[in-house]
Write a protein that binds this ligand. Structure first.
Ligand SMILES: [Zn+2]
Length: 421
């Protein structure tokens, strides 16, 4: 029997080598070359480990045990296979490797579970490529909005719909929102993922169980339109400076944010993109246009809506006071998600039996588990301690922590599966 830790290290290393970015980190573009290469590498390992595998109609990869005969709804162990540009190797991949180790371990121990276990490598989770997250899981469950297929690639003249078609996904079925599985056809969804915040390192927790996942509201692009003019010739009272308008908006929103936090609300706000157009900006030109993104996240859907409405109200007020105009692209909403209480309970109890203190933690970052949970599928997540955040090559996960998390998931599934009998 292959040593599980050795096997994990080998798969991580091989996928890293296959998807190395030419500059730094790994790049597994959603529906692009690196993602496909990573999938092929996983398929190679599935074959080597005598597991069955296949792509579904939307080109997500499924792996399961050869002698699996049960046609009961499966327990899915999933995560995403894509990465952000020049990202880290463990983001997403860790959850899939955990699933493969669990299948392998069950095989070697000759253990059966009542409901079959299927590992799912989901494509297109990262919004960095097409401004839309959870594409693979949303398509799978038939909830990917048709309009999302028009989203453009971050730097190429290619739409999401074209990219999906290029990799062989059944684009007509996706457009028709045809689910490949109904929620009733999935027993549970489990995902192991590195923590992307600093809490577990600070608290010295090797693993933790996730209670819920923050939702978000986004605009990929808001335009503030003012009036360009000569910086020396136009007096203050005649200016319509788009940059000052956006600056005032952000300052006001930052103050609202501070107050809402004081009131005990869960909230984070980010403007990650903000620029004046290169073709018209100059040191001596009053900015007549600013393009920026807007994102707010919270564990509470009500708080999301409240803060979003505040943002729109402030835009209207600034339009009046500064003579500018705000134009919004489509609002993208992902609701906050709760993890399943029963799954959380099973994981906590299982950890206790292994003398492992399992703390609970909310997830600030979004995950495919959101989509499963919000479509009525009992979902659970295990976080693994990770240094230096994620979405960068400096992410740092200890393989020992990963093995603790993987074993916890395996024991938890066996316990959960027993309780289903
Ligand atoms: Zn991730």
């Amino acid at each position: 029997m292959l040593n599980q830790k050795k096997l994990a290290l080998e798969i991580f290393e091989e996928v890293r080598n296959q998807t190395k970015d030419s500059v730094i980190g790994v790049t597994r573009e959603s529906f692009g070359v690196g993602e496909e290469q990573a999938l092929k590498t996983l398929e190679m390992y599935a074959k080597k480990l005598n597991l069955e595998f296949d792509r579904d109609d939307y080109q997500n990869l499924w792996i399961w045990r050869k002698d699996e005969v049960s046609d009961l709804p499966p327990i899915i162990i999933g995560s995403h296979i894509d990465s952000v540009p020049q990202g880290g190797n463990y983001d997403g991949l860790a959850g899939i490797v955990a699933g493969i180790l669990i299948l392998h371990s069950l095989d070697k121990r000759n253990l059966k579970t009542k409901n079959p276990i299927k590992v799912l490598a989901l494509r297109g989770e990262e919004s960095a490529w097409y401004g839309k997250a959870y594409i693979g899981s949303s398509a799978l469950l038939g909830v990917l909005a048709e309009i999302d297929l028009e989203n453009k690639h971050r730097s190429e003249d290619k739409s999401l719909g074209q990219a999906l078609k290029q990799v062989g996904a059944n684009i007509d079925a996706i457009r028709a929102k045809k689910p490949l599985l109904l929620p009733s056809e999935i027993k549970a969804y489990l995902e192991l993922h590195i923590e992307q915040g600093p809490v577990m390192v600070a608290r010295n927790w090797p693993v933790a169980v996730v209670t819920g996942i923050r939702g978000n509201m986004r605009h990929n692009k808001i335009q503030c339109i003012g009036e360009t003019g000569h910086s020396g010739a136009v007096p203050r009272w005649l200016r319509k400076d788009a940059l000052l308008a956006v600056t005032e908006l952000l300052t006001r929103l930052d103050e609202h944010w501070r107050v809402l936090l004081q009131m005990g609300m869960d909230l984070v706000m980010t403007v990650g993109v903000c620029s004046t157009p290169t073709q018209s900006h100059a040191v001596s030109v009053i900015p007549g246009q600013v393009d920026f993104s807007f994102e707010v996240r919270s564990q509470d859907n009500e708080t999301l809506s409240q803060f979003y409405n505040l943002m729109r109200q402030e835009c209207e007020a600034i339009e009046k006071s500064r003579g500018v105009q705000f134009q919004f692209d489509r609002k993208i909403v992902t609701g906050a998600a709760q993890m399943d209480d029963k799954l959380i309970g099973v994981l906590v109890d299982t950890a206790q039996k292994d003398s492992l203190l399992l703390e609970k933690i909310p997830s600030g970052a979004g995950h495919d588990a959101t989509i499963f949970s919000n479509n009525g599928i009992p979902s659970g997540m295990i976080f693994i301690r990770n240094n230096n955040g994620s979405h960068n090559p400096q992410e740092e996960m200890d393989i020992e922590d990963f093995m603790i998390g993987t074993n916890l998931m395996l024991d938890g599934i066996l316990e959960y599966s027993n309780q289903l009998n």
